[in-house]
Write a new protein. Structure first.
Length: 60
């Protein structure tokens, strides 16, 4: 996966405010997790076939 799906500056700021730093591979791994969650939600909704909009209830 080449596309970053998170706002890097916002994540880094949040982590820095906790007194930590982000490793070089953290953003790519976080984006990959987000991609997997979104794909799972899409699959769930498509399988159910009842609606066309993802909602919080579709997070898996």
């Amino acid at each position: 996966m080449a596309e970053t799906l998170v706002v890097v500056s916002k994540i880094k700021k949040m982590v820095k405010e906790s007194g930590l730093r982000t490793g070089g591979d953290y953003m790519a791994a976080l984006s990959a997790k987000i991609e997997a969650v979104v794909k799972a939600s899409v699959q769930k909704v498509q399988t159910e076939g009842k609606k066309k909009t993802l909602g919080a209830e579709d997070l898996v």
